[in-house]
Design a binder for this molecule. Structure first.
Ligand SMILES: [Zn+2]
Length: 164
């Protein structure tokens, strides 16, 4: 019998829950030799953004969406996204509540785990991140609003470094 995740629609046959599929994938992403790119961060953000609900802490979904935006549109590596999260967390603020759109993404954690170990799976994780970001289309503007102050500060810092 095919069992699917009620939230993201992933086929979870052979696992108890979608979270179990994700844990299995995390075991893989954390063991990847290229820790400079840090593919794990893409998986963390894709999974979180795809499972956002009213029970999710606002900061969790906001950070996941910011991470996906930086990855998809600004070509940040996972490591750079992680650093951005650390920087953003320094500003204590109220994070807006994002409710996941009803439309589902075409790719899920199950597809990522199904892809062949190595380059192929890393590629699938990147495509998964893009698909989840795409699913949130109606919130792209709101995410950009959160991100713009951070990007401005970062740019100014880079300019300063160039001059000095
Ligand atoms: Zn799921």
């Amino acid at each position: 019998m095919d069992i699917s995740c009620e939230v993201c629609g992933a086929k979870i046959t052979g696992f108890d829950s979608c979270r179990d599929v994700y844990n299995k994938l995390s075991f893989y992403t954390l063991s990847r030799p290229d820790q400079k790119f840090f593919i794990h961060q893409c998986a963390v953000d894709a999974y979180a953004a795809q499972h956002a609900s009213e029970n999710t802490k606002p900061i969790t979904t906001a950070f996941a969406l910011i991470g996906l935006n930086l990855f998809v549109n600004y070509h940040y590596t996972g490591k750079q996204v992680q650093n951005a999260h650390i920087e953003l967390a320094k500003n204590k603020r109220e994070w807006p509540v994002f409710i996941q759109p009803e439309k589902k993404a075409k790719i899920t954690v199950a597809d990522a785990l199904k892809a062949k170990h190595g380059e192929e799976r890393d590629q699938m994780i990147k495509e998964w991140a893009i698909a989840v970001w795409d699913m949130w289309k109606n919130q792209h503007g709101a995410v950009m609003e959160l991100l713009t102050p951070y990007l401005t500060i970062n740019e100014e810092r880079q300019q300063k470094n160039k001059i000095s």
